[in-house]
Ligand binder design. Structure first.
Ligand SMILES: Cc1cc2nc3c(=O)[nH]c(=O)nc-3n(C[C@H](O)[C@H](O)[C@H](O)COP(=O)(O)OP(=O)(O)OC[C@H]3O[C@@H](n4cnc5c(N)ncnc54)[C@H](O)[C@@H]3O)c2cc1C
Length: 432
């Protein structure tokens, strides 16, 4: 299957495909999923001398990794206050440091291996949707500095137009200069190329259809694919929002949620400079949040959750993209003459506690999943940690590894739950 018709697919730096697996093979580590998580794990495992095979059912980056907005932001879906309340100050600090580290890690890999993925290092800003949301951002800014020595910059209502020119974001925002943007599919392609140079093998159009656990201590697992089997000692599950029945327990722990993006034609300089003068990546403070940025060729890329669906009929997609366009015009009315040239969507993976999870299943399969829409940078770090877990690298265990992954109650009823959740969030955004 090819890539979706995204801006990223249309501007990818290479279209080299990888072979389908057509034989029985043996490897140290088999990685299921060719996105950021799987390919980062492949890179670090190969560098450590392991024999690694990545199996992707479509193309590398076909999942969320090649479709996202390319916004590498710090923080988590949960607020720092929630994290601290649940885990205590020390662990919350470690989590904040991890979120800054993962952004640095991606930048370090891009710089070291000269991956051509259009880095834009102008920082990010979260803009307040309501006056009460600005008060919350202010508290967060002060708290981060006092308790965690973590620096952000507060922008008040007097100065917000220097960041964004929009009738609906008038109250202020919080800048984190560590955040940045890239071309996600070109980063995927770059990661795959360097992992291959280090010795990893990548198979595309190869779906793992089942996994068999053996008692043998070397060939502990057999992965079945339509035209060949893989015997291996370790497995990495890196399938996030696309996790299927081959790992039933993990599937029940992940809620797949759709997110959609539109991209305008390139904007004239004056218009681009007017709407987002400092070219930062932007998201807002709603539950049904909007996220947006300018691309290097000055298109506005605008995304959001219009609903939670992961698949839809053609007419439902038309409604989703038309609603997204309306949302974009409510933020930037001055773009009404600008055409929409790309529209696409993908699936994110949410967990019960809204946190990413890394660990091992009861039968010994390694996994990193559940980024809750914040995985563009964290997935590279968790891929690296998975590699270290497998090679036995001496290191201190991270807080994320200690969080238990719960199955989601009534997972089979997820369409109903998502509809209810969507309804609740829409009301909450109106009244909170
Ligand atoms: C529209 C959209 C916008 C987003 N924007 C942002 C953003 O701006 N910033 C941010 O931080 N995060 C964002 N995200 C989330 C981010 O993209 C993900 O968290 C991240 O890409 C997860 O990477 P991954 O490698 O774990 O999973 P994925 O990239 O989803 O890869 C999983 C892969 O597993 C493969 N697979 C599944 N089952 C099998 C099988 N049985 N056999 C073989 N292969 C299999 C799939 O085909 C898929 O390619 C966005 C997501 C979407 C959808």
């Amino acid at each position: 299957m090819g890539y979706p018709q995204s801006l990223w697919a249309a501007t990818r730096k290479s279209n080299n495909s990888r072979p389908v697996l057509n034989e029985n093979i043996h490897t140290d580590v088999a990685i299921i999923g060719g996105g950021f998580t799987g390919l980062a794990a492949a890179l670090f495992l190969s560098k450590a001398g392991k024999k690694v095979v990545v199996v992707e059912k479509e193309r590398i980056g076909w999942g969320a990794s090649g479709r996202n907005a390319g916004m590498l932001t710090t923080g988590y879906k949960k607020s720092i206050f929630d994290l601290e309340g649940k885990l205590g100050t020390e662990k919350a600090k470690e989590l904040m440091d991890m979120s800054a580290d993962c952004v640095k890690l991606v930048k370090g890999i891009v710089d070291e291996y000269q991956i051509n993925c259009s880095l834009q290092t102008d920082g990010g800003i979260r803009v307040a949707y309501k006056p009460s949301h600005f008060e919350a951002l202010k508290k967060e800014h002060e708290h981060l500095l006092e308790k965690f020595q973590y620096e952000t910059e507060l922008v008040d209502s007097q100065n917000i137009q220097a960041e964004i020119y929009s009738p609906i974001y008038q109250y202020g925002g919080l800048i984190d200069r560590k955040s940045f943007a890239f071309h996600p599919l070109n980063y995927v392609i770059g990661l795959a190329e360097i992992a291959e140079k280090e010795g990893a093998s990548i198979y595309e159009s190869t779906e793992v259809t089942s996994i068999i656990k053996k008692q043998n201590s070397v060939d502990r697992f057999i992965l079945n694919t339509p035209n060949g089997e893989i015997k291996c000692t370790h497995i990495v599950i890196a399938t996030n929002g696309y996790t299927s029945d081959i790992t039933k327990r993990l599937k029940k722990s992940i809620m797949p949620i759709g997110s959609h993006i539109i991209a305008t034609q390139p904007l004239p300089d004056q218009l681009a400079n007017q709407i987002i003068p400092n070219k930062r990546v932007i998201s807002d403070t709603k539950n049904f949040l909007y996220y947006f940025r300018l691309t290097p060729d000055q298109r506005l890329l605008f995304g959001g959750r219009v609903n939670f669906k992961t698949s839809a009929t053609q007419s439902e997609y038309e409604q989703i993209y038309s609603a997204l366009h309306d949302n974009m015009l409510s933020v930037f009315p001055d773009l009404k003459e600008m055409g929409i040239e790309y529209r696409w969507g993908g699936t994110t993976g949410f967990t019960f506690d809204f946190m990413p999870h890394i660990g091992e299943t009861d039968d010994g399969m390694h996994f990193a999943i559940g980024y809750c829409g914040h995985g563009a940078a964290m997935s590279t770090l968790l891929g690296k940690i998975l590699a270290y877990k497998i090679t036995g690298e001496e290191r201190t265990e991270t807080v994320l590894e200690s969080l238990p992954l719960r199955t989601i109650p009534l997972h089979g009823q997820r369409v109903k739950i998502l509809n209810l959740l969507g309804y609740y969030y829409k009301i909450a955004d109106k009244i909170s």
